[in-house]
Design a protein around this ligand. Structure first.
Ligand code: COA
Length: 181
């Protein structure tokens, strides 16, 4: 079942057809697409519909990030689960006007908790383009370890780009929790 999760300022909840109108302009700016791998640009209503179809796959747990006070959509966060290895890839994005307020860290931290506590995953990993240091900072704040740079591993808009890989194991996460308490 797709969860609804809450943090101090955010509600992370499943997408529905009625989100498309708000989603398209939010995700559709060049800044959001530029540092992500799978967000098309320009982003059309059909892209949003295709995205909702992809989410029928239970391995793809993508949630809308909304503000708790007015339910406005501000971005998305997700885990792509591989059951066989009990691991998942974490991803996130925010509409540009919501950057710099700690929202991505807050949403991603809750997804990590959900992945380890509720899904009982063994490992969660993420990667970011080298030219997106804000994302690296988020992953460090989550307690992930920098595992290496995959040189020119990805092709984005006809350029080969370095991909920085980060990961965390459940035992690291549990230990971090003990330190925090
Ligand atoms: C990357 C992104 C999610 C960051 O969202 P955000 O809500 O602004 O992130 P947060 O505020 O939670 O944390 C960002 C951290 O990076 C830091 N940061 C911002 N710009 C930075 C830069 N150029 N270099 C280094 N650190 C930077 C911030 O200071 C903050 O760290 P701090 O809390 O220690 O001060 C957002 O810019 C975005 O959606 N970008 C487009 C999509 C994308 O790149 N998604 C990630 C793909 S891997």
């Amino acid at each position: 079942m797709i969860p609804s999760l809450e943090t101090a300022r955010l509600k992370l909840r499943p997408y529905s057809e009625t989100d498309i109108t708000e989603l398209v302009p939010l995700i559709g700016t060049r800044e959001v697409a530029a540092t992500t791998l799978r967000i098309p640009h320009p982003y059309t209503e059909q892209d949003a519909k295709d995205f909702l179809v992809l989410l029928r796959d239970p391995a793809k747990i993508w949630l809308a990030i909304t503000l708790r006070n007015d339910e406005r959509q501000i971005g998305g966060v997700g885990l792509r689960v591989d059951e066989q290895h009990q691991h998942a890839e974490l991803g996130y994005w925010l509409g540009a006007r919501y950057w710099g307020k700690g929202y991505a860290t807050e949403a991603a931290r809750e997804m990590l908790r959900y992945g380890f506590e509720d899904l009982r995953l063994h490992r969660i990993f993420a990667s970011h383009f080298k030219h997106n240091p804000a994302s690296g900072r988020i992953l460090m704040k989550l307690g992930m370890r920098h595992e290496g740079c995959q040189r020119e591993h990805l092709r984005k808009w006809d350029q080969f780009v370095d991909s920085e890989l980060y990961g965390i194991l459940r035992r690291d996460w549990e230990q971090d929790g003990e330190v925090r308490e």
